[in-house]
Write a protein that binds this ligand. Structure first.
Ligand SMILES: [Zn+2]
Ligand SMILES: [Zn+2]
Length: 252
């Protein structure tokens, strides 16, 4: 009789863990969609009332507190998340590669991501790397990329190497522009998950805004912005057209 009970218990446990695995796979699958496809879920409070921002950084490449505060301010400003925003930080070993391709980046996310969208909490992931993008060509640099519906990479070494010196902007300013610009892509800008209300897409440069003073101007994620941020130059924010698109898609 005892054996029978034990067997039942084991069977029940196996069934339970099998079910858990399925739901884990489903949760992971949610995070493997196209950039912009979760814009409405991130902007509105219909399905998700809170957001968790996971910051994974290689040793020596943690983003500044000032940039994290500016990211939090952007989320607060445009996303309806009445139950709040939580930041979690994980340090990982620097890999010391000379450059990182987007498939390298995806593999690192597979190994390191710990926060997944669950119940009423939506999770987004930022990876900060100790090396440049493999897509850099001469002076033309890629300093940040959004690559899944909730995933972004920042080539933090490129930002550190181009800030803080004579004739260079402060690091937190560069970080803020690149981080918030990539988050703008996750919010479906421009015309890539959040439909345009007024026409303002710079189609020649993909999902970007035609206003060169807007955060979503294409140069914000290339090396070209560095010189625009020197001294007291303001950090660009979203222009009225981009804000309207977010509001029309459930944002505030
Ligand atoms: Zn961009
Ligand atoms: Zn804009």
């Amino acid at each position: 009789m005892r054996h029978f009970n034990l067997f039942l218990l084991v069977a029940a446990f196996v069934a339970f863990s099998g079910c858990k695995k399925d739901s884990k796979r489903r949760i992971e699958k949610f995070h493997r969609q196209e950039v912009g496809s979760s814009a409405h879920d991130i902007l509105s409070d219909k399905k998700y009332q809170s957001i968790t921002v996971e910051i994974v950084y290689m040793t020596g490449y943690k983003p500044t507190d000032a940039a994290m505060n500016n990211l939090q301010a952007m989320i607060n400003q445009y996303c309806n998340k009445p139950d709040g925003i939580t930041f979690t930080y994980h340090e990982i070993a620097a890999q010391g590669k000379t450059s990182y391709s987007i498939s390298d980046v995806r593999a690192i996310e597979d190994d390191t991501r710990q926060e997944f969208t669950y119940k009423k909490d939506l999770a987004v992931y930022f990876l900060f790397l100790d090396g440049p993008s493999s897509e850099n060509q001469g002076s033309s640099m890629v300093v940040g990329q959004a690559y899944y519906n909730t995933s972004m990479v920042i080539y933090e070494k490129s930002l550190q190497d181009n800030s803080g010196g004579f004739g260079e902007p402060e690091l937190y300013k560069l970080e803020t522009v690149v981080i918030n610009h990539e988050f703008g892509h996750i919010l479906g800008l421009v015309n890539n998950g959040s439909t345009m209300y007024h026409a303002h897409q710079d189609s020649a440069h993909g999902a970007h805004c035609d206003n060169q003073d807007c955060l979503m101007y294409w140069e914000a994620e290339t090396g070209s912005i560095f010189s625009n941020l020197i001294g007291n130059a303001p950090i660009p924010g979203l222009d009225a057209n981009c804000i309207k698109d977010l509001q029309e898609n459930g944002g505030k």
